[in-house]
Design a protein around this ligand. Structure first.
Ligand code: HJL
Ligand code: ZN
Length: 166
């Protein structure tokens, strides 16, 4: 049921739990969904794919690979009403200097239309690594709606910071 946002966020959180904790990032989970029919298109979690990969990046890369496309062209294969659920808002800047997920989401545009129309997020990014995350303003500016799915904040942050010690 495409409107059961909590179910998709719960799925993203289950993915996040698979991520190997590190002190230098967050353990995040992401799910790409076709909002027209509720179909799960791909899932991803931080470090799932080789390299210093983010959850959203992994979901996009897996879907692209399944359609014989490089990640930067994934928009060509995404349904027009694709949405992404991510336990933490997409990064806008990464200490590693790797391309931020907000840019990966925006570049799914084909012509004028972004293929990812909405970003459902569980929590804002804490300001530990890169100060205030400005991705939501960036996305809204590109016509991509950002919607917070409430109710999972504590569990998401516990999983996200598992590698940060106490
Ligand atoms: N939305 C999101 N999904 C992820 O999978 C992930 N790991 C982060 N984390 C954001 C955090 O700002 C960066 O992890 C640090 O800035 C370190 O940067 P790298 O990850 O090493 O590129 N954020
Ligand atoms: Zn990211």
């Amino acid at each position: 049921d495409p409107s059961d946002h909590a179910a998709y966020m719960r799925l993203a959180l289950e993915e996040a739990k698979k991520s190997p904790p590190k002190p230098s990032n967050y353990c995040v989970g992401a799910v790409l969904v076709n909002e027209t029919n509720g179909e799960v298109l791909a899932t991803g979690y931080t470090l799932e794919l080789a390299g210093n990969t983010h959850a959203e990046q992994c979901a996009l890369q897996k879907y692209a690979q399944a359609h014989d496309l490089p990640e930067e062209r994934v928009g060509e294969a995404l349904p027009a009403q694709t949405v992404i659920y991510t336990t933490m808002e997409p990064c806008g800047l990464r200490l590693s200097g790797n391309l931020a997920c907000v840019e990966r989401i925006i570049r799914t545009r084909v012509g004028e239309e972004p293929r990812i129309k909405k970003v459902y997020l569980g929590v804002k990014e804490p300001e530990k690594f890169v100060g205030e995350n400005k991705s939501r303003a960036r996305l809204e500016g590109e016509g991509i709606e950002c919607i917070q799915v409430p109710g999972f904040e504590d569990e998401i942050l516990k999983v996200a910071t598992a590698g940060h010690g106490r």
